[in-house]
Design a protein around this ligand. Structure first.
Ligand code: GLA
Ligand code: ZN
Length: 666
């Protein structure tokens, strides 16, 4: 069931329990002024809702929800289990998480729980039952918000209870100890187990001796499943007691967070929601934001999703935390909508004055409402209200990226050929090249059907299981165009090398054999014969059906192919064996796009993002000017931001945005 909000939501986390009642009325007045339609309430309120074990205090929450209902603000009501109160961890110290070194982590911040802890789970589920029973029919209730950012602070606990659960998980995955021994390759270093009872989490090992890599990988899989199990337990209570109300939890799809396997998580959501925060030190953070949103839309299977959190202006957790520039908030919001979000919420409605996040911006800043930020907030709320017709439409894309958290975990394990090979790097580079060309991108899981796409990009898919690789091969033979980047297809699901020449999973599709890796040293660059250069990686690659498109002029393997192209069946398979520079990547991508017949969303203008959403016969062209200059982009229809007809082209000032309902000329 697709989530249909019927509008573009606007709002944020709302924490009235941090404020005296006198402030609440003003909060409501300001939320109305800003056009807030959705507030996430109670995410960290466990200690307020249950001040001591089994004694609940819902009076204040009744008042908050009644007030929001009167104000016309829907509530994304939290289950409040994200941070256990002090009474719980005092009575049950075993509910606190243990790190790799065996140290119990202390409370005093947040999310200090062991996901296996019976005390945390039971007390949490009792609270959820109470909340669901009390508020199932409340007129403000729009959605349930389980936990918060699972895995953000406690992604893996290494305690004995988790160890026991890990052994059960292994027994289920592998059947018996022989299965574990095989998958983990325990013939190596005398690691053989005679019983699953001997298996432990990958706790800290002697200096310089790496823990078994498949043990590490399986612990990440287990930890993601364990947290998902905790989510599902709460969700099931909500489905039972409060049927029909959608349930979500806020993901953290960003290229700097990888603790959970969101493909598995997404299947359990009624609504996919995401937290995305810019990296203020990264001049290309807005391009990464587009990739993040494309991944989230992939998780939602193309259906509308919700941007649950971002910062209205500064955050407080980067080393240096600048404020957003004038116009940036609106552009950030419309960017998420352009990529399929049907709502844009922030952390948080009113900036805190106490606690660790008091220097994090809110919709209502410390300085009050006579501020540029507040005026931009009010303007944005009005604009999102005005763009409601876009809700429920879907993004169109003819290029797919294959994305996988398990491959990410695998590629960044220790004891590899080069520490410089990281997962999101090539995905970001190739995505950026497409972004620059004005080409829209979908994101799919390994093994997902590819026939709807003209071009498929497979960045750094180090680990690929036996089912997924043939899907790519068949896609190419049937006429698809694909590009695979280096250190893909190297190992199977158990992290065992696929022998016979790299990249084992894709060798035949690509028409190449890699005899040895030739990673480059820190700072080393190689020259390419197309005039470009590359760093980080090269390979001793032999052609086996493919042709060389670009070759190395110098470096460890001069004369060898750096980029290859293979005509296979009706299609084409490209391989990029090195970390090409920005210009080379752009040239390659332009050629691949042209050969594959991919049509850009609109003519490319440097620094200008274009994206199209469609519903039935109606389409909307989003144009976002990320540059400091005015630009013109071809478009015809009506700009529903300004209400002005557009014929032939739309002109945007520096930082400006347009949403053109297309067609007709008016
Ligand atoms: C995350 C959390 C919020 C808050 C913000 C601050 O998104 O979910 O509770 O900590 O970060 O940026
Ligand atoms: Zn534990």
């Amino acid at each position: 069931m697709a989530w249909d909000s019927g509008r573009l939501h606007f709002g944020g986390d709302y924490n009235p329990d941090q404020w005296p009642r006198a402030v609440w009325a003003e909060d409501r007045r300001l939320m109305r002024e800003a056009g807030v339609s959705l507030a996430s309430v109670g995410i960290f309120s466990w200690a307020h809702l249950e001040p001591e074990a089994g004694r609940y205090d819902f009076g204040w929450l009744d008042e908050v929800l009644d007030g929001l209902a009167e104000t016309g603000v829907g509530v994304d009501l939290a289950t409040a289990t994200a941070s256990p109160p002090a009474w719980l961890t005092t009575a049950h110290p075993e509910a606190l998480p243990v790190d790799r070194e065996g140290r119990r982590r202390w409370p005093g911040a947040r999310q200090a729980y062991c996901p296996s802890s019976t005390a945390w789970r039971e007390r949490g589920l009792a609270l959820v039952e109470q909340l669901a029973t009390r508020y199932a029919d409340h007129p403000a209730l729009a959605m349930w918000h389980v936990g918060n950012e699972y895995g953000c602070h406690t992604s893996r606990c290494y305690c004995d209870v988790c160890a026991a659960r890990f052994r059960l998980w292994l027994a289920e995955r592998y059947g018996d100890v022989q299965g574990v021994n095989h998958a983990w390759g325990t013939a190596f270093w005398s690691q053989r187990y005679s019983s699953i009872d001997e298996v432990l989490p990958p706790r800290i090992t002697p200096d310089g001796a790496w823990a078994n890599p498949t043990q590490q990988l399986d612990y990440r899989r287990f930890a993601s499943d364990l947290l998902l199990d905790a989510f599902v337990a709460e969700r099931d209570v909500l489905h039972r007691v409060s049927p029909g109300v959608p349930v979500t939890t806020n993901f953290m799809v960003m290229t700097r967070f990888n603790q959970l396997d969101y493909w598995a998580w997404a299947r359990e959501m009624d609504v996919v929601s995401n937290d995305y925060y810019p990296d203020f030190a990264d001049p290309l953070t807005h391009v990464e934001a587009a990739l993040s949103a494309d991944v989230v839309r992939g998780l939602a299977d193309g259906d509308p999703w919700l941007l649950m959190e971002t910062s209205p202006s500064a955050v407080n957790w980067q080393p240096r935390n600048p404020a957003k520039r004038p116009g940036q908030l609106r552009r950030d919001a419309l960017q998420q909508v352009a990529h399929g979000a049907d709502g844009f919420n922030v952390f948080q409605v009113r900036a805190s004055v106490a606690g660790a996040e008091k220097f994090h911006s809110g919709l209502i800043p410390h300085a009050g409402t006579d501020t540029r930020l507040w005026r931009e907030v009010v303007e944005l709320g009005g604009l999102l209200g005005q763009l409601g017709e876009v809700a429920g439409s879907r993004v169109e894309a003819s290029v797919a990226f294959v994305w996988d958290w398990q491959a990410w975990w695998g590629v960044e394990l220790d004891s590899h050929p080069s520490v410089d090979v990281t997962y999101p790097d090539r995905a970001r580079a190739f995505h950026r090249a497409l972004w620059d060309l004005g080409v829209a991108v979908d994101v799919v899981a390994p093994g997902a059907p590819l026939d709807a796409y003209s071009l498929v990009v497979v960045p750094t898919l180090y680990l690929v299981d036996d089912d997924a690789a043939p899907v790519l091969d068949a896609y190419v033979r049937d006429g698809g165009h694909a590009v695979v980047t280096y250190f893909s297809g190297i190992v199977d699901a158990d992290d065992h090398v696929r022998p016979g020449g790299y990249p084992g999973a894709f060798r035949e599709t690509l028409g190449i054999v890699v005899e040895e890796f030739a990673p480059l040293l820190a700072g080393e660059r190689v020259t390419l014969d197309d005039g470009g250069s590359a760093d980080v990686w090269s390979e001793d690659l032999r052609l086996a059906g493919a042709e060389a498109v670009v070759s190395y002029v110098d470096g460890p393997v001069p004369g060898r192919a750096a980029v290859t192209r293979h005509d296979l069946g009706q299609g084409v398979a490209w391989y990029v064996a090195t970390r090409t520079d920005v210009e080379t990547t752009a040239r390659l991508m332009a050629r691949m796009v042209a050969e594959a017949g991919v049509v850009p969303v609109a003519a490319a203008t440097p620094g200008v993002e274009v994206q199209r959403r469609r519903k039935g016969d109606t389409s909307w062209l989003f144009v976002l000017n990320h540059t400091d200059d005015a630009v013109s982009v071809p478009a015809t229809g009506t700009d529903i931001v300004t209400g002005v007809p557009v014929s032939g082209s739309v002109t945007l000032p520096a930082g400006g945005v347009a949403v053109v309902r297309e067609g007709g000329g008016a």
